[in-house]
Structures are given as structure tokens and as C-alpha cells.
Design a binder for this molecule. Structure first.
Ligand SMILES: O=P(O)(O)OC[C@H]1O[C@H](O[C@H]2O[C@H](CO)[C@@H](O)[C@H](O)[C@H]2O)[C@H](O)[C@@H](O)[C@@H]1O
Ligand SMILES: [Mg+2]
Length: 269
């Protein structure tokens, strides 16, 4: 059996054809780095309404074991939220777009890379939700997300208010991160890419080939560093520039992850 990755695009600047999924991976030498919302999980009307399908709940712990612990969730969500969603399973994770990190489920130690957001600033940004009852505030402690999926018409008004607050505080170490029907205000100085770079410097990730799958603009920082790490990247639901392939939807990612376990069984037999 070919244990390499097939179906990759040689010229990374070329546009990505339809559904160029990797066929299989050698789990013994790969590190699986997986975005959550829009990649592993289908999007839901609100952050608390996402569900982990039973098959994924079963395949992720098995993949964690088959990779010798080198599987990590790389998310904009806080680690607390990630653990809630995947309970009772626990995974290594980069949370809050690089704001926090847990390298191993054995130690459970969490490294924090961002201080709590200034309470006054937090209050001012949260008050933007008064624009419309459909705006949902997600307080991550070190950052704040304003969700407008239920009030899409207020997107511009939200960004205007955020810009006005930032203009009053030009030296505040914060930046604005747009996502899917969400405007997030976070500390500057860390990203999913800084998180992944740090994670990959630790055992059991160190020395493995990273394979990152993500769906959103915020995942582009990781797509960009994969070539320097001899890694591979795959986008979901859109053909992002510079990636090695593309999954049509989260269900395709989940099916591929389940197939990886079957492939490994075939290799062992
Ligand atoms: O980096 P990710 O794991 O993809 O997380 C990105 C953000 O995901 C969540 O918000 C998004 O998903 C919600 C549930 O499907 C959806 O309702 C919302 O519109 C999306 O923006 C999460 O709430 C954020 O904290 C993450 O940053
Ligand atoms: Mg995502």
C-alpha cells in the first residue's frame, strides 16, 4: 500500500481543483492538526448548538492513540469550550486562535499566552451587542467574539463601532479578527500559526509531518507556514490559495478521518 499522501497539487500557487483530498497518511509519522467549526463539525446557528457526530467521537480518540498523541484541535474556541464540546474525550489543543495551548492530555497542563482583556475594554466591546437582540457575545476572557449570524444586517454597524473604539485607543494591543458571521476582538501577538509553530516544537509532535485542515480566513495563517514545516494543508468548503487540496464539507473530513483508521488496519494486516 502506498503510505504517502496522494492527490496533492504540485504547484501550490495554482488554484485547487475540486475535492483533492489526501488518500491516506502514515499515522506513525504525521501530526494531525484539525480546526473544529466548519472543519470537523457542521456549522450551527449558535456556538453552543454544535454537535459531535458519534462516528467522529469514536474516530478522534483512536486517531489520537494511533498517532502516539500527535493529534491536536486548533481552534478559535477556548480550551474550556473545546473540552465541553468533546467531553468526555480530551485532546491536545491550541485554543483562542493561539491564546492558550495544551500539548498533552497526560499532563493536562495549559499554557496561557494572552492575559485577560482589560475589563473596561471588554465592557465597551460587549456593549456593541445592544445594537440588535440577535447579536450574541462570546466572552473568552482574553478575547471577545460578537456573533451576528442571527442578525446579518448589522455586520457593518458592528465593525463601525469596533473601529470607533479602537480609534480612541490606538495603543491598545488588540486586533480584529473577522470570521464566519463573527467579529472577534483579540490580543495581538498570537495567531493559530504561532500556536501551531510552538506545538510542533514539543514531543510527540516534534519531527512529525504536520497535516492541517481548516475552513476559515483565520486558518490561512497556518496554511502559510505549512510549506516551511514540510507540512500539508487542506481547506474545507472553499478553495483557499496555497493549500494542497480541498474537502467539500465537514462530513467529507469526518469520512476521511474514519478511512485513515481503516487504511492503518489494512497496513497492519
Ligand atoms: O477555529 P474554529 O474551530 O473554526 O472556531 C471558529 C469560531 O467558531 C465558533 O463560531 C463559529 O461557529 C458557530 C457554530 O457553528 C457559528 O454559530 C458561528 O457563526 C461561527 O462564527 C466559535 O463560537 C468561535 O469562538 C470560534 O472562534
Ligand atoms: Mg473553522
Amino acid at each position: 500500500m502506498n503510505q504517502g499522501v496522494t492527490g496533492t497539487v504540485p504547484n501550490k500557487t495554482a488554484s485547487v481543483p475540486d475535492d483533492v483530498e489526501p488518500r491516506t497518511l502514515p499515522l506513525g509519522t504525521s501530526a494531525l492538526l484539525l480546526d473544529i467549526d466548519g472543519t470537523l463539525l457542521d456549522l450551527a446557528p449558535s456556538p453552543s448548538e454544535v454537535r459531535v457526530p458519534p462516528k467522529l467521537a469514536s474516530s478522534l480518540p483512536r486517531l489520537l492513540s494511533r498517532t502516539g498523541g500527535a493529534l491536536a484541535l486548533v481552534s478559535g474556541r477556548s480550551l474550556r469550550d473545546i473540552d465541553r464540546i468533546f467531553a468526555p474525550s480530551l485532546f491536545p489543543a491550541v485554543g483562542g486562535h493561539g491564546a492558550e495551548m495544551r500539548i498533552s492530555v497526560e499532563s493536562e497542563a495549559v499554557a496561557a499566552h494572552a492575559p485577560p482583556m482589560n475589563p473596561d475594554l471588554m465592557r465597551r466591546f460587549a456593549a456593541i451587542s445592544e445594537l440588535h437582540p440577535g447579536i450574541l457575545v462570546e466572552n473568552k476572557g482574553y478575547s471577545l467574539a460578537l456573533h451576528f449570524r442571527k442578525a446579518p444586517d448589522v455586520e457593518l454597524a458592528i465593525y463601525d463601532r469596533v473601529s470607533a473604539i479602537r480609534a480612541e485607543l490606538p495603543n491598545a494591543p488588540i486586533e480584529v479578527l473577522p470570521g464566519k458571521f463573527v467579529c472577534e476582538i483579540k490580543h495581538s501577538g498570537f495567531t493559530k500559526a504561532t500556536g501551531v509553530t510552538e506545538l510542533m516544537s514539543h514531543e510527540p509532535f516534534k519531527g512529525r509531518r504536520p497535516v492541517f485542515i481548516g475552513d476559515d480566513v483565520t486558518d490561512e495563517t497556518v496554511f502559510a507556514i505549512m510549506p516551511d514545516m514540510r507540512g500539508l494543508s487542506f481547506s474545507v468548503g472553499r478553495r483557499a490559495q496555497g493549500v494542497d487540496g480541498h474537502f467539500q464539507a465537514p462530513r467529507n473530513v469526518r469520512a476521511w478521518l474514519a478511512r485513515l483508521l481503516d487504511d492503518e488496519r489494512a497496513i497492519a494486516e
